[in-house]
Each structure stands twice: as C-alpha cells, then as structure tokens.
Design a binder for this molecule. Structure first.
Ligand code: PA5
Length: 447
C-alpha cells in the first residue's frame, strides 16, 4: 500500500538542507523526551501510542453505541468545543459527500453545536430539531465548559420534552473525565451511556479516542481503517526511525528552521473544500500547542483555488513572513471528464476529455511555482486518496510532528494556559458565584 509523502524540495531555496539536517539531534532528543516522558507536559502523552493501544473491546463498544444512535436518530448533535469537536468535524467533512445534507442517506445527519454561544445558532438548531428524532453526543473533558454545557442543557430539555425522560436518556451519550466534572455527575445521575477521555490525553490530541471515534462511527465511517492509518504512521514516525525517513521529524525540523529565518506564519493549503475542517483541526493543534511564551508559528489556512481569488494576492506579494504546507490528494474518489463543445464559445475545448482533477492539479503546481517565485517556501504533503486510512495517517503525523516541534521550540506543547483569560473575564462580567472579586475589579475597570 502507498503511504503519505512529504516533500520539502520547494523550501530549499529558502533554508538549506544542511540547516534542516542540523535539527536531527534536537529531534532525537524531543522524540526520546516524548517516549520516556521526561519533557514538559509529560502527564499528557497518552496520545503518543494511542493508535496501537486502542483495544478491540473499546472499538466494539464505540461501534455498538454508534449502531444504536444510527437506528434511533435522524440527526445526532455533537456538543463540544475545541479539541472536543474539531477532530470529528474534520474527519466527517473530509469523508462525506459534499452535499450529503441534501441527500437522503442511511446515516443520521451529524450536527455540531456547543462550539459557540450564538443565540441565533441555537434558536435555529432547536427549531430544526423540533419533532425530529435526534440524539446528543455531549463531549467535554472538564465537563464544565460553558459553551458546551449551555448548549447541552437546551438540547437535553428539548429532547426530554419531545421524547420523555426515559427515551431521551437512551439517546444521550456523554464523553468526559472518568470521575471529575459536572457532566460526569449528571451522566451518573441520569444513567447516560458514557465514554472516558483518558486523563493523559488533552483535548486537541483526542480525536482517536471516543471523542472523535464515536461521532465518526455514527456518521457511518470506518473507524478501524482510520485507526489502522494512524497505527501505520505511529510505526513510521517512531523514535527508532532515522531522521531522513521520519516524516514527522522532517516536518518539525523544516518548519522550525523556517520560523528561525523569519517565516512566522504557516498556511495550510488544500485544493479540496472537504479538507477545510482538517485545517481548522490542525490550526487548533498547532496554535494551542505552540503559541505561548511570546513564541510560535501562527497557523493559518486557505482553501484553494477558492481563496486564490481573495488571499492569493497577499500570499503572492504581501509581507514575506509566510510559508505554505500544501495537502495534495493524488487521486479523487470520483471522476468527472470535461466535455467537448462544438461551438467552443467559452474557448475551453483545450480541456475537453481531461479529468477536472487534472485542471486542479495544474492549478496546484502553477500556484506552488508562483508562490515559490514570490518568496513563499512550500512544503507538500501528498496522500494517495481521501479515505479513512490516509486521514488516520495525516492525523497521527501532525500530532507527532506537533509534539516534536513544540519541544524544539522549547515550549510545553500540551497545556493552554492562555485560554483561561477570556473565561475569567466572562465569568466576572456574568457575575458567576465565586468570581465576586473579579466582578468588582472588572466593573471598576469598565467604569
Ligand atoms: O485542546 C484542548 O484542551 C481544548 O481545546 C479543549 O478541547 C476545549 O477547551 C474543550 O474543553 P472540554 O473538553 O474540557 O470542554
């Protein structure tokens, strides 16, 4: 079977191969620190060997729970925010028919909520779910995240009103800490089916736990293949694989060298709209892991060719502080041949008989060359096709490279202290019990 590939050739006009190779020692140290648990944040390394340690019993439990939700629900709402939803959303979008929401399929529609506090969004969601057979997967490791908890209370109330308490409790699954948090307590009291997020797996590294696997299975995708792809990459990026063969190591080293040379922004590029949320997941993974202590590459993303008509100008000629990492899919799942037209009024007969993907690929290559000419180093990741196996490879590749990259940068890639600042202010402004001192201080500041 073919594997994912990484090419850094088009970054080598900007950084030298020998400077990248010089990271091999730092990468080896980072890999050993991850493996031995001697680095920063070492109580959050459960993701490192997660793919190869998922048990058959766990997979069966997830599959059985997914079967039950699939048989009782037309829609399943996944309530979660950050790492508690982005992985599932990324995989489901990447694998779904682009118009599945308009087609009547065998799978329930998967909706995402609890990731914002928009009243319009919640009003429209609850209206959509009125008198529909729906279920809820409520995901929160802490069990106390406001966005998710607020949404869950609304949805739970609606489900109980529509179905009665007993039936509602069968259609609610909670994924949370094994003991701590309001969601655990509520689940025990209400008798919900639950899954545990392991203590040592942080939110943004949790897609290969039930956090990601259950929604993906409910959507009808093959979680065994997803895990197999991740297992393959776990092997191929292991600490015993030499630097020049280890894709996660090369990626981590190259981006750190580019960063050292002033490339402060990495743009993840795709040429398939289905990969939009994979980039959102990646942005969270790298943004929360590396952006601290006044350091870190800013992770951005674009969908090409769409955004060539909006951000393309900036990328081609704006401040030269960016590099791009392109995710390319070698062969699309479906085939469209461009038709011949006798009149050729649009002048497009030169494309007749070609696959649309050939046009897309030439757009990709043409863009890459233009951006390199414009001073934008390019990395390129190629996956053979868009299926569960290769998405699993991509996920583990990015996770492993993130751990290595964060250690090279010298930060703790597994905490996110900066996320607390807005919460403290919000609670103070909302006069949450326990925040009296902060409320007083913030009122003074705003007066
Ligand atoms: O990566 C992380 O740890 C965060 O993005 C969390 O996933 C996010 O804040 C949600 O937290 P919780 O699952 O506790 O509701």
């Amino acid at each position: 079977m073919k594997n994912m590939q990484l090419s850094i050739d088009k970054a080598l006009d900007f950084v030298s191969k020998s400077d990248i190779d010089a990271y091999s020692k730092a990468v080896a140290q980072a890999s050993v620190a991850l493996e031995d648990g001697t680095g920063k944040g070492n109580d959050f390394l459960g993701w490192l060997h997660l793919p190869s340690s998922i048990t058959e019993e766990m997979i069966q439990d997830i599959e059985e729970t997914a079967r039950q939700l699939r048989s009782t629900c037309d829609a399943v709402v996944v309530a979660g925010i950050g790492g508690s939803y982005l992985g599932a959303k990324a995989v489901i979008e990447a694998l779904s028919d682009s118009f599945s929401w308009l087609k009547k399929g065998d799978s329930p529609v998967i909706l995402f909520a609890g990731n914002n506090i928009s009243e319009d969004y919640l009003a429209e969601l609850t209206e959509l779910l009125r008198n529909r057979r729906f279920g809820i997967i409520n995901i929160s490791k802490s069990g106390t995240t406001t966005e998710t908890a607020l949404t869950f209370r609304l949805l739970k109330t609606q489900l109980e009103q529509q179905e009665g308490k007993a039936e509602a409790s069968k259609r609610i699954v909670a994924i949370t800490d094994k003991a701590k948090g309001a969601l655990r307590q509520l689940s025990t009291q209400e008798g919900y089916k639950t899954f545990v997020i392991p203590d040592n797996v942080g939110g943004r590294f949790s897609v290969l736990t039930p956090v990601g696997l259950l929604p993906i299975a409910v959507a009808g995708f093959d979680i065994r293949q997803l895990i197999s792809g991740a297992v393959e990459m776990e092997k191929n990026c292991g600490k015993d694989i030499s630097f020049d063969q280890n894709l996660a190591a090369i990626y981590a080293a190259t981006r750190n060298e580019l960063y050292r040379r002033g490339k402060k922004i990495e743009i993840l590029v795709n040429f398939h709209p289905k990969l939009h949320y994979l980039a959102e997941w990646w942005k969270q993974l790298y943004g929360e892991s590396e952006g601290k202590e006044g350091k870190g590459i800013y992770p951005a993303s674009v969908d090409f060719t769409t955004d060539l008509h909006s951000m393309g100008q900036w990328i081609q000629e704006g401040e030269r502080i960016i590099f791009e990492t392109v995710i390319s899919v070698a062969t699309p799942e479906k085939k469209v041949i461009f038709p011949h037209d006798d009149e050729n009024l649009d002048g497009l007969n030169f494309l007749a008989g070609k696959r649309v993907d050939e046009v897309n690929k030439m757009a990709e290559l043409g863009t890459q060359l233009a951006h390199v000419d414009g001073g934008v180093p390019n990395l390129r990741i190629e996956i053979p096709s868009l299926n569960e196996f290769y998405i699993g490879e991509l996920i583990y590749f990015f996770e492993k490279a993130c751990g290595i990259s964060g250690y090279i940068l010298g930060v703790n890639p597994f905490d996110q202290p900066g996320v607390e600042a807005y919460k403290k202010n919000m609670f103070a402004l909302l006069e949450k019990p326990g925040y009296e001192k902060e409320t007083e201080a913030i009122k003074k500041r705003l007066s």
